[in-house]
Design a protein around this ligand. Structure first.
Ligand SMILES: C[S@@+](CC[C@H](N)C(=O)[O-])C[C@H]1O[C@@H](n2cnc3c(N)ncnc32)[C@H](O)[C@@H]1O
Length: 373
């Protein structure tokens, strides 16, 4: 049965997913991903990029692109190319355009395709119309079921200099150590199943995408990377140049972790006595501090405020790894303590990866000492 859904500026008439979201729906709409779409809009309104040729190769219901049309600031969009492999996608997209009374000048910016995502991305060079559009995109949003791997090569091939690639990955089990063989095959790394699994998974995914880029001299620099609900999401800015790529490769290292003491360190080597290793992973920043500050300031979505604040806090000390007060308390036989006073004493910041987590330069011994007091 169809339902009329309102998501911020847009309405769509759509069949809702059953409890276990799956690919069998007529066209895909997942209400949980509203936040993912909110943040995409906020980010695109906060970056300097203008007059963008936008590509959405896996558009589902098309709600994201309808919202782009309505909620992106004037001057941001040159064209939006939407595509989905589902047969009825063009019909649904056309109906929803009508339902939302999208004005003709905006409607003209939308180009609807019904193809395989890779073919769609690669084939647009055939439709080159000079300066207006030459088959390359300034923003590509890869939002698949599961792993983004099948679409990375074509996204990297078709992104412009200074363009932005956004990637969602919902195959969190593969990135958080549930299936070590799968992680190795798909992400060329070793993940972990402990309290740091989401940060390590996110950093493993960043490196994997970057490796796709460097082979074409495209340096993919994360400007925002996070884990939320059931997915990972990363926005990369694409910068061209061999040196930039070499720099990226230097940032691919290992996290060494001592499960007995909870000490950890980052190293270019994967061996040290008493330590397990995870990675290789991206050890650079997860976000552009200035961008997060701007997003936080200009955020029109009250429901994202708390999360943006967390990302902002974390961006002030954007380092690899964190301590979790509950885990430390259990390991060292201590009482669990409130986070705020400890944060102050160890000059730490909160992290998106745990409500009881702290990012700090201090050693585990120093944190334990403060907790004992
Ligand atoms: C997670 S949904 C997209 C959700 C959408 N981006 C949103 O924000 O609501 C993934 C979509 O990819 C489509 N899809 C799967 N494989 C595809 C392929 N090879 N080429 C194009 N579309 C594909 C599915 O039909 C589905 O609609």
């Amino acid at each position: 049965m169809k339902n009329l859904i309102t998501e911020h500026s847009c309405k769509i008439d759509i069949e809702l997913p059953p409890k276990d979201v799956h690919a069998q729906m007529e066209v895909f709409y997942n209400p949980v991903m509203k936040s993912n779409r909110n943040i995409a809009i906020l980010l695109l309104n906060s970056v300097e990029n203008e007059k963008m040729n936008i590509a959405s190769p896996l558009a589902g219901s098309g709600i994201r692109e309808l919202r782009f049309l309505k909620e992106l600031e004037a001057g941001k969009i040159k064209n939006i190319f939407v595509n989905d492999i589902k047969e009825n996608f063009p019909k649904v997209m056309a109906e929803n355009l009508k339902l939302n009374a999208v004005k003709n000048d905006l409607r003209d910016k939308l180009i609807i395709h019904n193809d395989d995502a890779n073919l769609f991305l690669l084939n647009q060079v055939k439709n080159c119309i000079g300066d207006e559009f030459c088959g390359y995109f300034d923003y590509i949003d890869i939002d698949p079921f599961g792993s983004p791997n099948p679409f990375l090569a074509s996204a990297v091939a078709r992104i412009t200099r200074e363009g932005i690639i956004a990637i969602t990955a919902t195959d969190t089990a593969a990135l958080t150590g549930t299936y070590p063989k799968v992680t190795k095959r798909k992400y060329w790394a070793k993940a972990v199943r402990n309290y740091m699994m989401h940060e390590i998974g996110l950093r493993i995914l960043i490196r994997k995408v970057q490796l796709q880029g460097v082979q074409f001299d495209k340096a993919l620099i994360p400007i925002l990377a996070y884990h939320k609900d059931h997915y990972f999401r990363i926005y990369f800015k694409c910068v061209k140049g061999k040196e930039k790529c070499d720099k990226i490769l230097k940032e691919h290292q290992y996290l060494l972790f001592n499960p007995k003491t909870l000490e950890f360190t980052v190293s270019e080597f994967n061996q040290a006595e008493g330590f397990e290793y995870f990675g290789p992973l991206w050890k650079g920043n997860l976000s552009d501090k200035k961008l997060i500050a701007k997003m936080k300031k200009e955020n029109p979505f009250p429901e994202e405020e708390r999360f943006l604040d967390l990302l902002y806090q974390e961006s002030k000390n954007d380092r690899v790894g964190f301590y979790d007060l509950h885990v430390i308390a259990k390991k060292y036989g201590l009482e669990t303590t409130k986070l705020e006073p400890i944060l102050k004493k160890v000059k730490g910041v909160r992290t998106q990866f745990s409500w009881t987590g702290i990012k700090t330069e201090k050693s585990v011994k120093e944190v334990v000492k403060v907790m004992k007091k």
